[in-house]
Ligand binder design. Sequence first.
Ligand SMILES: *[C@@H]1O[C@H](CO)[C@@H](O)[C@H](O)[C@H]1NC(C)=O
Ligand SMILES: *[C@@H]1O[C@H](CO)[C@@H](O)[C@H](O)[C@H]1NC(C)=O
Ligand SMILES: *[C@@H]1O[C@H](CO)[C@@H](O)[C@H](O)[C@H]1NC(C)=O
Length: 499
Amino acid sequence: MEEKKEKQKQCMVLFSKQQKHFQRNCFALLLCMFLAILPLNQSHSFNYTQALSKSLLYFESQRSGRLPHNQRVTWRYHSALTDGLEQGVDLVGGYYDAGDNVKFGLPMAFTITMLSWGVIEYGGDMVRRRRVGDGDTDHYCWQRPEDMTTSRRAYKVDEKNPGSDVAGETAAAMAAASIVFRKLNPHYSNLLLRHAKQLFEFGDKYRGKYDNSIEIVKGYYPSVSGFMDELLWAALWLYKATDMEVYLKYVLENGHGFGGITWAITEFSWDVKYAGVQIIASMLREEKYKEHKHVLEQYRSKAEYYLCACLNKNNETNVRRTPGGLLFIRQWNNMQYVSTASFLLTIYSDYLQSTNQTLKCDRGSVNSQEIFVFAKSQVDYILGANPMSISYLVGYGLNFPQRVHHRGASIESYKGNKGFIGCTQGYDNWFKRLAPNPNVVVGALVGGPDENDQFRDQRSDFAQTEACTYNTATLAGVLARLHRLISHDSHISPLIASS
Ligand SMILES: *[C@@H]1O[C@H](CO)[C@@H](O)[C@H](O)[C@H]1NC(C)=O
Ligand SMILES: *[C@@H]1O[C@H](CO)[C@@H](O)[C@H](O)[C@H]1NC(C)=O
Ligand SMILES: *[C@@H]1O[C@H](CO)[C@@H](O)[C@H](O)[C@H]1NC(C)=O
């Protein structure tokens, strides 16, 4: 008993050490792999290739710790170089998840899972999470990350303070990333997989929601759907990564108890992962799954409910749309739901095409091409085909948000002015200004317009002007797919075809 506990502890310590390694190496490599599929010519009104490369640049704006020599976002500088010092672990590095200077664990892990999934599908053919920074004191300040004086408290989860959601999502991220690195770096891939298995085991054994253990995240990233979706999600990614029956069994046996086959849901996000679970499960349709047909069919029916809702083809519940045609879930960071929907629709469209099937909804069948066209329409809206004629992808096109809710971007670069800008000084002199941000966060996908396609380019309107890493990570996958579409159209063989 004691020995087992000790083992778990060791695993957790090991894991925290792996975090920065994981975020840094894995993330950087994933980005390179997306970039490796550039550049190609095209004849469309939107240059998806350019949008893709800009979206990848965004992650450089979000870097924490010591910046590498090849850093292309030059208005940023080293920051948070003592993270973890107080706790006796090196937590320097990683990424800030949005417009604040906190490294939230759950959304960041989701970012990596989605980025990995995009790479797995379209990119060629990234703890025991320690969340660094204190949501309350950081949000009270408006400062550049380079000047931070706020609490850099790190929070952890353990047996007594469980966090099955954050452990599950991180296990999923590592399992997905292990697939990406399998050929490229087998040693790293194995390491990721080993930690993914340990984390899943930890999350499954000590069950609980991380926001009950780390109360402070409640105001920022509360886990509303609980941890059961993350455990199913982790098991599925582990199954994809290992082919081991035990993980599939977990998904099948807990389908009912954990809501996998009972929850019909119309949104997919860093918190609510049921739709992603259901879609991956419903694509397991080979002969070898015959004996599990019954449960898999139930997963599939919930996956189809989600997809049909996005396509406005359910009789009863559908996702609302703005008059301009944008999927609209809610006012706060609506673009996260748009990018995840576009992503899942794209994946499923490709799956239907490769298996010669159509999607059957209450209001009739939809073929793969129609689904893809709809996903593309959402991306086109993001890039400028919308009533405001604005690109919600910052730095893309001529008209894009100028007052992104982003501490670093809204204050003059540390490189130009190394004078300390304090907590409230940032508010008074920079946050409240009406002028555009001095720095452009290229590639950031902001929260987007309201339900009437109206967008207020105001720094204080974080519901509309804040961007998050998971928005962009998910969009990048769809952009990679659109880029491939164009390259095939023009008969230029892309590097991605080699896998
Ligand atoms: C699209 O963008 C890429 C990368 O910025 C560029 O090389 C290419 O020329 C652009 N294509 C068109 C048709 O403008
Ligand atoms: C695809 O389905 C259609 C209609 O069911 C059928 O006519 C066609 O032969 C199928 N193609 C393949 C490659 O299975
Ligand atoms: C959906 O509504 C149509 C028209 O009212 C009806 O014909 C159809 O049977 C309904 N489908 C389902 C699955 O309820």
